[in-house]
Design a protein around this ligand. Structure first.
Ligand code: ZN
Ligand code: ZN
Length: 386
């Protein structure tokens, strides 16, 4: 029976073929991908993370197998790679040994001997140890060796999803800034952010950092019981996934309660200006051929010159795609050079412990002609009555 060939199927067929070529060139005989970004990238299958084994077995040559628990088989059959016949679906029953099944598939595919097997970096230890038991003497490496070069360069479809996610997050920032804040706990505002991320088109919210007052100085503050009051700065760092692809934006608010005397101090405004200039200079420097370390230095030099070098306590940014944090990382010491299709955050920050913190974050794509900033929310400090 002829199978319908969808655009999604064409995309995953190309990814599977290129990954197999990468396996051959790295001398690995197969890639084993459990539930996570590699599996989704290669098959379109967004699987549930269970204690039961779900595993894509992709040999360097020949047919791929998707091993799934029986109760997940219907969902797996609907993924683009299965619909297009690009993977053999093998369902295992509750009393089967799925690891022995994987070993059998590898042996059928001629992927035996001593050559390396690559596993996805997120494969739970319980699965890896069980695979080592049924594949004694085999060397294991990380799937990143084969998938990194593919996943780091986003195609037009992926960039479009990242853009839609970014715009959805932009709208949530505007909605939160326009709403009531004073008298509410950070946790309450954080819950509202999560609801709005979904209402604006994300399938799930991933994080909703609301750091008010001195809590703004903790970059990954866990929103808690602190009640927002006039004179507070607020770090809003929010994101979710849309068709698997992440959003991640940080903007700064200042709540006055309508009292002009509770506005931001000169010192706060100077720190804010420094972070904004660092963000905008690094963004303007984005182009193919620029080093990730050099980009980090563009932002860091501005903050250092402003006297706050010690308070910029993290790298400039991280890649984003099917994983919220992935290659490339914009960090000192990186040998990575930007290429068209790289997508990453630019998020300089200054954190003054016990006092306040400031961060501004956008998702930027390195396009053929320079930066393509996916977020559209203005960088301005949003001074609101709250
Ligand atoms: Zn963020
Ligand atoms: Zn980020």
């Amino acid at each position: 029976m002829a199978r319908p060939v969808t655009e999604e199927a064409t995309v995953v067929a190309d990814r599977l073929a290129r990954t197999q070529a990468a396996l051959r060139s790295t001398g690995a005989v197969a890639l084993l991908a459990g539930v996570g970004a590699d599996l989704r990238y290669l098959t379109g299958y967004s699987a549930h993370a269970l204690e039961r084994l779900t595993l894509l077995v992709l040999p360097a040559t020949g047919a791929a197998t998707l091993v799934v628990p029986r109760l997940e088989a219907m969902a797996a059959e609907a993924c683009p790679a299965a619909v297009a016949g690009l993977v053999d679906l093998v369902a295992w029953d509750e009393t089967d040994d799925p690891y022995a099944l994987v070993a059998g598939r590898l042996s059928d595919a001629g992927a035996s001997g001593a050559a390396r097997l690559l596993v996805d970096p997120g494969l739970p230890a319980r699965h890896l140890l069980a695979l080592e038991r049924v594949l004694p003497g085999r060397a294991f490496g990380l799937a990143t060796d084969a998938t990194r070069a593919l996943r780091i360069v986003k195609d037009a479809g992926e960039i479009e999803l990242l853009r839609r996610a970014a715009r959805a997050a932009d709208r949530v920032v505007a909605q939160i800034a326009a709403g009531r804040l004073i008298g509410r706990t950070e946790a309450d505002v954080s819950r509202e952010v999560r609801e709005r991320l979904v209402a604006e088109g994300h399938e799930a919210a991933s994080f909703a950092i609301v750091g008010s007052g001195p809590n703004s100085a903790s970059p990954h503050h866990d929103p808690g019981a602190r009640v927002i009051r006039p004179g507070d700065p607020i770090v809003l760092d929010i994101g979710g996934t849309l068709s698997g692809y992440g959003s991640d934006i940080t903007r700064m608010l200042w709540v006055t309660g309508g009292d002009p005397s509770r506005g931001p101090s000169e010192e706060f405004l100077a720190v804010f200006d420094l972070v904004r200039r660092a963000n905008e200079a690094a963004t303007a420097a984005v182009r193919a051929g620029v080093g990730c370390a050099a980009l980090d230095e563009v932002a860091r030099e501005i903050i250092r010159a402003g006297g706050h070098g010690d308070a910029f306590i993290h790298r400039l940014g991280h890649g984003i795609g099917l994983d919220a944090h992935e290659e490339p990382y914009l960090v000192a010491g990186s040998a990575e050079v930007l290429e068209p299709g790289h997508a990453f955050s630019i998020e300089p920050g200054i954190y003054l412990a016990g006092r306040f913190g400031v961060r501004l974050e956008d998702i930027v794509v390195c396009a053929a002609d320079g930066p393509d900033v996916l977020n559209r929310a203005p960088h301005d400090l949003m001074v609101v009555d709250g």
